[in-house]
Design a protein around this ligand. Structure first.
Ligand SMILES: C[S@@+](CC[C@H](N)C(=O)[O-])C[C@H]1O[C@@H](n2cnc3c(N)ncnc32)[C@H](O)[C@@H]1O
Length: 295
């Protein structure tokens, strides 16, 4: 199996929220009369290998008595979704790396052979696959949970729009507001073109420029005009802008996402949640808000 090392204790918090959400989702879709008639799909679009290697900080933690807890979370998102407590009608795992896809195939064959028939493993760019899939499905009889867990600024706004448009998907998206977007914006100059393009692709608009920068011009003692630019947004304002963007396309969005910090208490990512179904999304957001508020 290809060793896939990433994350720290913050990863556990992220996966704990996903695990609990999937559990509650199953409760609704098995017990609720109306919800029972839907086919349910879980899509893990930056799936990894299904497992993740333990890291030193977690092992150190276990010396002080957190061993069980740490071990419990050594699984990756795919393994969590495939666990017997969740029973989706279909599972889709996407990764752009061939070794990760091979590891996922192996994981399902060895540990979840009973789910092989209902699982699809895709070697493709997550954005391309999701945009096609969302537009091509009949959403009258289907509901889905989509988990977007990229390392960086890889989720295109067009993908988020496509997901919202189905009105049938509950979306968990990890947004690197502090270690991604904020760092891509220098203090007194606009980002270089490739980064600016990436920011526009992630926010789906060039409005991030006026939200995050102020342009001003002064006249100096000799009457010459000097234009300057200053960054006026910090990481928190950048996150708020992303949430505002989500609210434009989803009827229900968790107000306070789960902010994930590294071991120095520096913020890195925000785990955001949005639900596309105008009716069912209300309950979904209630559950997700509870999970993101857990510290
Ligand atoms: C943070 S890891 C995912 C971890 C996983 N969710 C877990 O909990 O085990 C991100 C994964 O996304 C994959 N990836 C990166 N860019 C991608 C893209 N454009 N489309 C699909 N997968 C991508 C990487 O190969 C990597 O396996």
């Amino acid at each position: 199996m290809s060793a896939h090392r990433f994350g720290g204790l913050w990863t556990e918090r992220k996966l704990a929220a996903l695990r609990e959400y999937l559990k509650q989702y199953q409760v609704i879709f098995t017990r609720n009369e109306a919800a029972r008639s839907f086919q349910t799909v879980y899509v893990d679009a930056f799936a990894g290998t299904g497992e993740r290697g333990s890291r030193q900080e977690e092992e150190t933690e276990s010396l002080f008595g957190y061993g069980e807890e740490a071990r419990q979370f050594q699984t990756g998102s795919a393994q969590i979704a495939l666990s017997p407590e969740h029973k989706f009608h279909r599972y889709v795992f996407i990764d752009s790396k061939a070794t990760h896809v091979a590891a996922l195939q192996n994981l399902i064959e060895v540990e979840f052979p009973e789910l092989k028939e209902r699982s699809e493993i895709v070697l493709e760019d997550a954005n391309t696959w999701l945009q096609k899939w969302c537009a091509g499905q009949d959403w009258r009889l289907q509901r889905a949970v989509v988990f977007l867990d990229p390392y960086g600024m890889s989720v295109e706004w067009r993908t988020i729009e496509a997901i919202a448009k189905t009105k049938a998907i509950d979306l968990w998206v990890l947004f690197p507001f502090a270690i991604g977007a904020n760092r891509m914006m220098p203090k007194d100059v606009l980002p270089e073109t490739p980064w600016a393009f990436r920011l526009t692709s992630v926010f789906g608009t060039v409005d991030w420029i006026k939200r995050c920068y102020r342009k001003s011009s002064d006249t100096d003692l000799f009457g010459a005009t000097r234009n300057s630019i200053t960054k006026i947004a910090g990481a928190d304002e950048i996150l708020e802008f992303f949430l505002e963007r989500l609210r434009l396309v989803f009827p229900h969005v968790v107000e306070k996402p789960l902010v994930l910090y590294n071991s120095n208490r520096t913020p890195m990512y925000a785990l955001c949640f949005a639900a596309g179904n105008p009716k069912g999304g209300k309950t979904a957001v209630k559950i997700a808000s509870y999970l993101t508020s857990k510290r």
